[in-house]
Design a protein around this ligand. Sequence first.
Ligand code: PMP
Length: 345
Amino acid sequence: MKPLQQLLRPNILALKPYSSARDEYTGEEGVFLDANENPYNAPYNRYPDPHQRRLKRRIAAFKGCESDQLFLGNGSDEPIDLLFRAFCRPGTDNVVAIDPTYGMYQVAAATNDIKVQQVLLTKDFQLDVEAVLAAVDEQTKIIWLCSPNNPTGNCLRNEDIERVITGFEGLVVVDEAYIDFAPGRSLLPRLQEFPNLVILQTFSKAWGMAGLRLGMAFAQPAIIEVLSRIKYPYNLNVLTQQKAMDLLEKNQQEVAKWIEVLLAERSALAQELQKLPFVNLIHPSDANFLLIRTPDAKAVYQHLISQKIIIRDRSSVSLCAGCLRITVGSPEENKQLIQALQAYK
Ligand code: PMP
């Protein structure tokens, strides 16, 4: 890996972060006249902990890492944007990303005026490691990977990801938003081995907390420190921090059960979909959704909309002609989906 000073934008390296009123006093008791808050309307009158110390300790213990290897964001969309802002000089630097993949890497790149060199996955949606590394040039700061990938649903092979990490001197981000549905596949236990690895995870999927907006980035402390310096001081609100603490305590077994049910439903759904004459292919999935191929994706999509069932038309995405992406729902929702599809044509 290149030295971090060489990878970071010079203005970020020089940046003096905003120091919030609550940075100087960390006690919980006191007469707080430092932050121009309103004394009324407790507990919402107080700013949240900008460093999210308690929640970080809790999540780090749960994930088996140190607090200083963990960044918490307003969804994992926040660290996606911050990584561009920290490392990529607008109009000058570029990133490499796989194609097809999650759309926010492109959006965050575009808002930061960063070029994305897209590298097609192979026909079975795996990494073309040589092509990814060949797309790198002097100005490439980050390679974006996603495993399990969205919208394809499959995990990339960890050996291939590792070859990209060790074959590149900049950062490699591996977005593991769906990793809880693919037990044993996370690279998190190996974080220490790779100084240039950033792993993204989220509470939006298996944990069922998309509405709370809580995402994670894991990396070596020096990278986490940079993201923390440039984030909005109070990026996680009081309710999110409290509720996440609460649900981490209460819902661990529940989440394990949800995952079990959703994986069983995914198999059952695939079996039912296979029986439909207009479903040509169901791509293997390691996530909580299925990508299916049909000769007339738009018509199937519109038919389901007419039944108030909303899925995602991915037919205009690279390598995904004719493809629809279907989230695995509850047993009842999946039954409704299958019934609606059986009534098609
Ligand atoms: N990464 C991937 C691959 C996703 O599919 C999504 C959400 N669809 C995200 C990140 C963003 O998740 P969050 O809710 O944590 O912002």
